[in-house]
Design a protein. Structure first.
Length: 363
């Protein structure tokens, strides 16, 4: 029996080489092939990894019976057709975020992977990062109390994408972390934004996910900001956390602060908010590359026949939120109701050129 997994990587642009580097560093993996339709990119990668077969056509790569798994790091428009061909060829598949262009495409891939008993994993990288896992432990231990709201900002100058807006590009990170912390699917999405540079492709958006019990998460994404910001604030009834992913070491700070209102008062003069200012502290966080942990998880799932943490269903639910955000954008920020149960008919209204107060429903 083989004690390693033979992997091929499709897409050697900005992100693909990070995946190749990480898979190459893992002892139970052999990066057997890499592919890019751009000969310059392939030549560059061949220079770095002469031992890895290079292909210009990924379908050629799939003819290799010894190749067990394919990692897809191309633009989202190609994820579905490529993943489908890979699964049909009997290969386990890892797809970069976002999983595909629509819930329907995601559902089709999930069914195909299940029918062939193959692993289908999506690159929700932050679920494999130590700071995010630390935050989850703190929240689960009840140290924050009840979560009141989460605010997440992911801003930078670029990198502009040609085929997807900034929400589809950056929000998968924010959304995957928020869903992981909340352990709950939002019931509605509102999204507003503007296409300032490329017509039809929003480069700045503000999205709100609303949960039961009136909790909500605000996500701000931009390719038009002078600073690189990767910051999330989780506000609890007892304590608050600020997670700054740009910091090299001290990424999480826990603030022992809260505001309380007196349970009973008779007159306005008696009413006082009570501000609690306690210590703030920075917990120890293990230094490890999230991508490496994620790559190892994909291999472990293949070797042990287990379901990935970020499986196809997780990828699909995230795409459902992105689809809803696009619908809301088209309707000037109207609220879009999410129905995570498959098979519910969509109801699409609004779009009269005015801000809509109607609720839209997505499948
Ligand atoms: N997990 C993360 O943190 C993270 C970070 C960045 C990007 N990504 C994701 O990675 C994916 C790729 O993003 P990118 O920024 O590297 O894009 P990119 O445009 O820089 O690279 C894509 C590469 O795919 C190649 N390609 C296109 N069509 C192909 C085909 N038919 N066959 C083979 N190669 C083909 C292109 O030539 C290009 O080199 C996207 O899904 C993106 O969202 C994830």
């Amino acid at each position: 029996m083989r004690n390693h997994v033979n992997v091929g990587v499709v897409g050697c642009g900005y992100w693909g080489p990070n995946l190749i580097r990480n898979y190459k560093s893992l002892s139970d993996c052999r990066v057997r092939a890499m592919c890019d339709i751009n000969p310059q990119r392939l030549k560059h990668l061949k220079g770095l990894y002469p031992d890895v077969q290079g292909h210009l056509d990924y379908e050629e790569m799939l003819k290799d019976d010894d190749l067990q798994a394919v990692v897809i790091a191309t633009s989202v428009a190609q994820h579905y057709s490529m993943a489908r061909k890979c699964l049909e060829s009997g290969k386990h598949v890892f797809i970069e975020k976002p999983m595909a262009r629509s819930v329907q495409e995601c559902r089709d891939l999930i069914e195909l992977a299940r029918s062939k008993d193959l692993v289908l994993m999506v690159g929700h990288t932050f679920l494999y990062s130590s700071p995010v896992r630390k935050i989850k432990d703190i929240v689960d231990a009840g140290d924050l109390g009840d979560i009141r709201y989460i605010s997440s900002r992911r801003l930078n100058l670029g990198l502009f994408q040609k085929d997807i807006n900034v929400a589809w590009d950056l929000a998968p990170h924010d959304i995957s972390i928020i869903l992981y912390i909340m352990e709950e699917f939002p019931h509605s999405v509102n999204c507003r934004g503007n296409a300032n540079v490329t017509e039809g492709i929003e480069d700045v958006v503000s999205m709100t996910l609303t949960f039961r019990k009136k909790q909500f998460a605000i996500i701000q994404n931009s390719w038009l900001d002078p600073r690189k910001v990767r910051e999330m604030t989780i506000v609890g009834s007892k304590r608050m956390i600020v997670y700054d992913d740009v910091q090299p070491l001290e990424k999480i700070k826990i603030y022992d602060v809260r505001v309380e209102t007196p349970p009973h008062y008779d007159t306005f003069a008696e009413f006082h908010y009570s501000y609690h200012y306690g210590d703030s502290y920075i917990p120890f966080i293990k230094q490890e590359e999230p991508l490496k942990v994620e790559c190892q998880h994909f291999l472990d799932c293949i070797i042990n026949g287990t379901e990935p943490i970020s499986n196809g269903v997780q990828g699909m639910e995230l795409v459902r939120i992105l689809e809803a955000s696009s619908l809301s954008l088209k309707n000037w920020g109207a609220s879009v109701d999410l129905c995570p149960t498959p098979g519910i008919t969509p109801v699409t209204t609004g779009g009269n050129g005015q801000p809509s107060k109607q609720r839209l429903v997505t499948v």
